[in-house]
Write a protein of this length. Structure first.
Length: 265
């Protein structure tokens, strides 16, 4: 331990604690099923380790007992010798380079139980320190975002593409699943999906005008669902009056012939 002289007495130097710094948001908020990126950097004293010592970092979710650290749950680490909690594996990821003092964290497919306080820990050589004075609070709220449905112009008898998209969804992790509901789906000819969208092809008729079409999106890792419903606006060209008159005459003739046959027999 380094010491200095004061009035002929040997006293310890101030602790290195001020060199342990963690720059991270105090609190982040994310909706269920979605993702959040949390930038983070850290610093630590230059003693107690050598260049060849790896920088091992850990993120723990604080347990119910703040004093008993054994109840803290390890959710992410770059230490291959440590096992993370199964429920957070692949959902909590370190995205920065710890060797470059980067401790950035990404959470995908957020779940209600992910909410809580998180502690960052560093280990390098003889340096082992938990940054308990700078906690990260994660708040997981209900999913309120809804899909976008783009129908374009719908014309009776013409094929049209209808798209359901969730541009606010994560581009990592388990993709969402799409499902469609509505009477107009009887004319569905094809169905294709990308990571954040679903496209169907319809050939609507006049009877589909004013009916509802619903796109439902489920985020399987979080077990949450959201949906949007639109009313279809289908245009069509009414039959010319001449055609309607001809059809009416034909129907009348058929009815007359049937009546004559009935009277004959």
């Amino acid at each position: 331990l380094w010491r200095f002289l004061f009035c002929g007495q040997s006293l310890p130097l101030p602790a290195w604690d001020f060199l342990y710094q963690l720059q991270v948001q105090n609190s982040v908020m994310v909706q269920e099923g979605l993702c959040v990126f949390i930038p983070c950097t850290f610093s630590y004293p230059p003693d107690g380790w050598i260049d060849s010592d790896p920088v091992l970092v850990y993120w723990f979710r604080q347990g119910p007992n703040k004093i008993n650290q054994k109840r803290d749950v390890l959710v992410a680490t770059n230490n291959p010798q440590r096992e993370v909690k199964e429920e957070t594996k692949s959902r909590f990821q370190l995205l920065g380079d710890p060797q470059a003092n980067n401790c950035s964290l990404q959470i995908t497919g957020a779940q209600k139980k992910d909410g809580g306080k998180y502690i960052f820990r560093l280990e390098r050589g003889g340096q082992k320190f938990s940054y308990k004075d700078t906690l990260l609070t994660v708040k997981v709220t209900a999913l309120t975002n809804v899909p976008d449905i783009i129908t374009g112009s719908l014309e009776s008898g013409c094929r049209s593409h209808v798209t359901c998209s969730v541009p606010w969804a994560c581009d990592k992790g388990t993709p969402p699943t799409f499902s469609w509901m509505g009477t107009a789906l009887r004319s569905q000819e094809s169905h294709s999906e990308a990571y954040d969208s679903s496209v169907i092809m319809l050939t609507p008729g006049p009877e589909d005008h004013g009916t509802n079409l619903t796109c439902q999106v489920t985020f399987p890792r979080a077990g949450v669902t959201t949906q949007r419903t639109v009313m279809l606006n289908v245009s069509w060209t009414p039959r010319p009056m001449v055609d309607v008159f001809v059809v009416a005459i034909a129907v009348a003739v058929v009815k007359t012939l049937l009546l004559c046959l009935c009277l004959t027999f």
